[in-house]
Ligand binder design. Structure first.
Ligand code: ADP
Ligand code: ZN
Length: 725
């Protein structure tokens, strides 16, 4: 009797056993189709001893239906999935689902029909057809995609097909990617780069687990350094994964990559079209030979893909918060990347100018090898940072830029140099209220104010996406023309600059304005061509960008990030300001950074001004040690939510009442979460603070495993949380 155990993609179902029919070959990791009640399901064959379940007699087993035409999930990846599920207290099926991230890819090889211009003209050339033909020059895609590109209906394009203006082309969905060449554009490395690169290259060649912290100041050339490791991985015919924190950074990265290796890497992120997704997935699973994926650059979700032959993982800007996923499986891609490297027995490189304290601590403990690039590449100097005490230099009423910053902006404009103003707040104003009755615009689904966006004329919730038009009269008292904007967002700062410097070319750079790779690329091109004088941006512009003519950075409100009860607030403030400061003076001209603050005495602000990174980290280390915070202790959160307020409160109370009493785990709560209402769900929260010795995950599993909750209640666990809202 040939029976197998399947991991089924349904968190409510445990593993199930099936019979393997005569003549079907399966092994651990095979992706199969199995009957489930009257339907079918996809599952992965798993080692039965690792996935215990209640025994079922042979006679009751149903036969598998088919093996899907994809390579089996390798043991190294299966172990990583188990580790991730275990560590983050998530269902294994939810973790494994991230591997099979393209439904189309599972159906095997395929072809599709795309269309392109023939050069012919239609009988009747309507303006719409004219516009479509112009827009489609050089394009080849499906009718639906072309309709999107040309902004016309699919009907218009079908008309053009009938007229022979567009012709069908049969394409292989899995056509090979262009090949990257290890030695295409090899640069001359500075000595510190060469030294670090040598360590990385050796670890790639020897193929061993080796975690590195590539710790180099902004502009030191970390990218060129880890490119050498990628070159070695290419020479060894192995794959490389590069994780980036934002899609907006991908464009610039692709260009540099192509210059260095002669071909673009394979891109992976959540907004890929389904055809691109399946092509990338199959190329990744096929391996680096025969046109498969050699180098993949992606968002955190690229971490769980089924690489055929992974040889290196790079996490760039490894300190970034966006590597932490805060819904579904709540994992930290930076940490899982190191674990994946461990299971695959390959090197992992965490690159950053402002490493997370946790990463520095690992280096100090000798677990990570620290490679230091102490100076900027090519002799550029680090910018000087000067504080502007806002209690002394007050901006005018209704303005946010203090006179010294105004003067510096004016000076740059006169010299034809670029400036960057940083404020981590999208939109025009974070709060709108009625002057007459005090009414404040609040999100109906979240405990949050609606943010005014003037460019797009709407009030929007940044948590759930709820939007409304700003009304002409107050919805509460009916008074006309009485709404006032409170506080600044980047759009308001841009307005202030426009008033201050008439004629300056200003660009607002946020996730609202750069919301696609194309727009991000266009922004970079304009900034590089010096068609922009002043950039006003959020955290999006703090990293990755390299504009040689940018010589002034102004931080509008350094204290903003220090508000709120976030345990990493000081670290994040330090990182953001150090990173945005790092955009200044990257070319031959020296950079200047002006930081507006009301608290020049705060430790983190003082350390920034003194350029004393070590002092900041030393103070932060002591503060964390004192608080039993990471890396010295551990945090975990249990979040209980329901659309019914009473139900959520009751469930949280019940969890609280059954809490374990342990000497090394402190449990606080339940209490309403700071965001007590989020996307229509009421939320309560418990926090665990544990000594490193405690088995937090086991404690939580034992505790919650005993309880059952009503249907509408969701209980989620957040291990090593970043967000405390
Ligand atoms: P970081 O990522 O450390 O902030 P970058 O990798 O962006 O720094 O490098 C800063 C600039 O210096 C980039 O324009 C990069 O192309 C250039 N650069 C770095 N190293 C070299 C090198 N060895 N040869 C030529 N240019 C380099
Ligand atoms: Zn909302």
């Amino acid at each position: 009797m040939n029976r197998v155990r399947l991991l089924i993609f349904n968190a409510a179902l445990g593993p199930l056993d099936y019979r393997v029919p005569e003549g079907m070959a399966v092994e651990a990791g095979s992706v199969v189709v199995a009957p489930l009640g009257p339907r079918q399901t996809v599952g992965v064959v798993w080692e039965a001893e690792r996935l215990p379940t209640a025994p079922v007699p042979d006679a009751k087993l149903r036969p598998l239906i088919a093996v899907l035409p994809v390579p089996p999930i390798r043991a190294e990846l299966r172990r990583l999935l188990e580790w991730t599920a275990d560590y983050y207290c998530a269902p294994l099926s939810a973790v494994a689902r991230m591997v099979l991230a393209s439904g189309g890819a599972l159906r095997g090889p395929a072809t599709m029909t795309e269309y392109r211009l023939t050069g012919g003209a239609p009988e009747r050339l309507t303006p719409q057809r004219r516009a479509a033909i112009d827009a489609l020059e050089g394009e080849q895609a499906t009718i639906r995609e072309l309709a999107g590109i040309a902004a016309v209906s699919e009907g218009v394009l079908r008309g053009l097909v009938n007229q022979g203006v567009l012709e069908p082309v049969l394409v292989d969905c899995d056509r090979p990617y262009p090949r990257a060449a290890a030695d295409h554009g090899q640069p001359e490395l500075a000595p510190a780069q060469a030294e670090a690169a040598e360590r990385l290259v050796a670890a790639v060649r020897e193929r061993r687990f080796a975690p590195f912290l590539l710790d180099g100041v902004t502009g030191s050339g970390k990218t060129e350094t880890y490119f050498e490791a990628i070159a070695e991985s290419l020479r060894c015919a192995r794959q490389t994964l590069v994780l980036l924190p934002e899609i907006a950074l991908t464009e610039a990265f692709l260009r540099r990559f192509e210059e260095r290796f002669g071909a673009a890497p394979v891109v992976w992120h959540s907004s890929l079209k389904s055809t691109e997704r399946r092509r990338a997935w199959r190329a990744i699973a096929a391996g680096p030979e025969n046109g498969g994926a050699q180098v993949v650059v992606g968002a955190r979700s690229a971490l769980f893909l089924p690489y055929a032959n992974l040889g290196l993982i790079v996490v760039d800007e490894a300190h970034e918060v966006s590597f932490k996923q805060d819904e579904g499986v709540r994992y930290n891609a930076r940490d899982v990347a190191v674990m994946r490297a461990r299971f695959e027995r390959i090197p992992a490189v965490l690159a950053s100018a402002t490493p997370a304290l946790e990463s520095l601590q690992m280096a100090e403990a000798g677990v990570y090898e620290r490679l230091v690039l102490p100076r900027r590449y090519g002799g550029a100097q680090m910018p000087a940072i000067t504080l502007i005490d806002l209690t002394e230099h007050k901006p005018e009423r209704g303005r946010w830029l203090a006179p010294p910053l105004e003067a510096a902006l004016r000076e740059r404009l006169e010299r034809g140099e670029q400036s960057l103003l940083f404020l981590n707040r999208r939109g025009y104003a974070p709060l709108t209220l009625c002057r007459n009755c005090g009414f404040r615009f609040k999100c109906p689904n979240c405990s949050a104010w609606l943010v005014e966006h003037r460019l797009s004329r709407r009030l929007a919730c940044h948590h759930c996406g709820h939007e409304t038009q700003p009304p002409a009269t107050c919805p509460e008292c009916g008074e006309p023309d009485c709404l006032v904007a409170c506080g600044p967002g980047v759009e308001r700062i841009a307005d202030e600059v426009a008033e201050l410097l008439p004629g300056a070319r200003i660009a607002v750079a946020t996730s609202d304005t750069l919301n696609s790779p194309e727009k991000a690329a266009a922004f970079v091109a304009e900034a590089e061509a010096r068609a922009i004088d002043v950039i006003v941006g959020t955290q999006l512009v703090t990293k990755g960008f390299h504009f040689p003519e940018l010589t002034l950075v102004g931080v509008v409100d350094a204290d903003l990030g220090l508000e709120g009860g976030d345990l990493r607030a000081a670290e994040r403030t330090y990182q953001q300001i150090a990173q945005v400061a790092g955009r200044a003076g990257r070319g031959s001209k020296p950079g200047e950074v002006l930081v507006q603050t009301r608290h020049p005495e705060a430790a983190v602000i003082a350390a920034l001004a003194a350029g004393d990174r070590d002092a900041f980290y030393a103070a932060e280390t002591e503060a964390r040690r004192h608080a039993g915070a990471p890396p010295f202790g551990r945090w975990a959160a249990i979040i209980v939510s329901s659309e019914d307020e009473a139900e959520a409160r009751e469930a949280a109370k019940r969890i609280g009442a059954t809490r374990p009493h342990l000497p090394d785990v402190m449990i606080v709560g339940p209490a309403p979460a700071p965001l007590a209402l989020l996307r229509g769900r009421y939320r309560h929260r418990l926090l665990l603070n544990a000594r490193r010795s405690a088995e937090v995950q086991q404690v939580i599993r034992d505790w919650l495993g005993e309880l059952t909750f009503p249907q509408g209640v969701r209980v989620s666990v957040d291990i090593d949380p970043y967000s405390f809202v």
